[in-house]
Design a binder for this molecule. Sequence first.
Ligand SMILES: C[S@@+](CC[C@H](N)C(=O)[O-])C[C@H]1O[C@@H](n2cnc3c(N)ncnc32)[C@H](O)[C@@H]1O
Length: 319
Amino acid sequence: MPARLFLSSGDLIADRRFEFARDLQLKGDLVAAADLLSQAIELAPQFASAWFTLAKIRDELGQRDEAIAAFRQARDVDPEDRHGASLCLMRLGAEPLAPMPKAYVRSLFDQYAPRFEAALIGDLGYRGPSLLFKAVLAVRLAARKPAFFKRAIDLGCGTGLAAAAFAKGVDHFIGIDLSPGMIEQARATGLYAELEVDDMVQGLRGKPDASAELILAADAMVYVADLAPVLGEASRVLVAGGPLAFTVETHDGKDGGRNGGENGGGVRLGEGLRYSHSADYVRAAIEAAGLKLAHCGEASARNEDNVPAPGLVLVATKD
Ligand SMILES: C[S@@+](CC[C@H](N)C(=O)[O-])C[C@H]1O[C@@H](n2cnc3c(N)ncnc32)[C@H](O)[C@@H]1O
């Protein structure tokens, strides 16, 4: 993953204290690091990176209440929440499950973009696009339909790995992604006819009814808590018979989990700050969107801590 986000305080001495604190943190001297961060915050009370790092250290030290207070400060001084403090609050059970802050996703992937493919394919054994390709092929074969599509939309297209997997079967690819850095990499591939920096639901809202023959989302729904809006829009934009193929990370869904929140036990936020969706939740969301489940296979799109992260590959079609 990328180096931790740093937002300068604008105060040279506070920034220096932060750097020393990070050195101490990396060396394992958490108490001294916390002390230096508190000094940096005294100099620059709006210093979001210092608040966030202090919160992480308080959490590591087992000081839960102090960690929660510092995460809240990090978010208060940076309401866009580029560090993702609200996700840490959800993980700590201090706040209910909620959508991922868009500025967090954007800054995460903007930092990640230049070495995304090496990290994902090399380090995490990423295989999302080929899983989607095989699943779509199987569904089209079973329906006796060709796997050729005039217009396809790639949601959370990243650097373009899914478009590469489907390139031979698609005439006109549209990529949508929140991160300008990822879109820049996607543009360099020459695989997309159109690219949009946008949220996937907003991007779909701008498309006419029945205007896409295929919609893909490879390893992108892990950043979306509530799947209903995106599945609803995909259903509207797909032509009759058109497939929506996507991967999710999953869990057994037997209990509400610590992040049950408004979505009950169906959606959880994992340690890696990615959502996982239970199979029952995804099936119900597909049905509610007016789509028909054509394929649901257990398959892991990538590794987490060197073991395959439990996942599902889904293809839903518009009737
Ligand atoms: C793990 S990457 C996967 C990229 C690509 N689909 C692939 O298979 O390599 C997830 C991508 O989803 C994008 N993303 C996350 N949430 C999004 C949202 N709500 N709308 C649009 N893009 C989003 C991120 O910016 C990132 O580029």
